[in-house]
Design a protein around this ligand. Structure first.
Ligand code: CUA
Length: 290
């Protein structure tokens, strides 16, 4: 199909260029040459230039329609992976409940991504798979593909979604037979064996905290995490509060409720995105950043 379209395009481009040049020379203004009146009508010609392109358009449409159906209709027995896009990271939830910031899929398995966003428009884009689909708040959109070659590919956000839009790039791991199961079991044993601080560091990097919060004291979109534990901080309403377990947990679940002045209200709620264990990890990690 691609080559048919390319061939036709080249054919018309060369043809039209030829006639433009030919007529420009043949009918140019010159001494002793009288301009002829334009012909008003030619039924045969008009029917030809209407019917032939119409037939071509019908074939182009059929090709596109077939591709569209393939792209959108649900494949038999797909593996459904839930995708949550958020400023500025991706979260993938696998059928067994495991979550990860990168996408892992077994080779040869039809995959259906059920996607939604918690804040603004994002777009799921894996160039190597030729798939791109908007991810929209408050509704599901779908994209599906069957990975055919094991390897590591790039996944981008293709809809400008704010400061760190360009940082919403993660990896797609297409696993060979058995590799996907190994990923799930490694992930499970890793999360069991991590200390609370390690869990917090993991969450910090994988759930997008890193986009807005530094751990070295430098200001980013949000306040740094360094040295805030047990400190008194000013809130937007003029009161002060101590940064303790409760304040950190509240800030994760309802960021705007006790926001600090001087920072834009851009943090979304992480309610439902982090387990109790992960929130406890974030608290332990902040505590460790003296
Ligand atoms: Cu998300 Cu751009």
């Amino acid at each position: 199909m691609f080559y048919a379209v390319l061939g036709l395009s080249i054919f018309f481009f060369v043809g039209i260029t030829f006639f433009v040049v030919y007529f420009t020379i043949k009918y140019r203004h010159r001494p002793g040459h009288k301009a002829q009146p334009s012909p008003a009508h030619n039924d045969a010609m008009e029917i030809t230039w209407t019917v032939i392109p119409t037939i071509i358009c019908v074939f182009l449409f059929l090709g596109g329609w077939k591709g569209y159906l393939e792209f959108t209709s649900e494949k038999s027995n797909p593996m459904v992976i839930d995708v949550t896009a958020q400023k500025w990271h991706w979260n993938f939830t696998y059928p067994d409940g495991t979550q990860d910031g990168n996408l892992h899929v077994p080779v040869g398995q039809p995959i259906r991504m059920r996607m939604t966003s918690v804040d603004v428009l994002h777009s799921f884009y894996v160039p190597a798979f030729r798939v791109k689909q908007d991810v929209v708040p408050r509704r599901y959109t779908y994209v599906q593909f069957t990975p055919t070659r094991p390897g590591v590919y790039r996944l981008y956000c293709a809809e400008y979604c704010g400061d760190d839009h360009s940082q919403m790039k993660v990896k797609v791991f297409v696993h060979e037979a058995g590799g996907y199961e190994r990923f799930l079991s490694e992930k499970a044993s890793l999360s069991q064996s991590m200390s609370p601080e390690e869990t917090g560091l993991y969450v910090y990097n994988k759930k997008g905290c890193v986009a807005c919060h530094s751990v070295d004291g430098s200001p980013k979109v949000g306040p740094s995490w360094k040295g805030i534990w047990n400190e008194q901080v000013k809130l937007a309403d003029g009161t002060t509060i101590t940064v303790d377990d409760q304040y950190i947990k509240d800030s994760v679940l309802e960021p705007q409720k006790q926001a600090r002045p001087g920072y834009p209200p851009s943090m979304p709620s992480f309610a439902g995105q982090l387990s109790e264990r992960e929130i406890a990890g974030v608290i332990a990690y902040i505590k460790s950043l003296k």
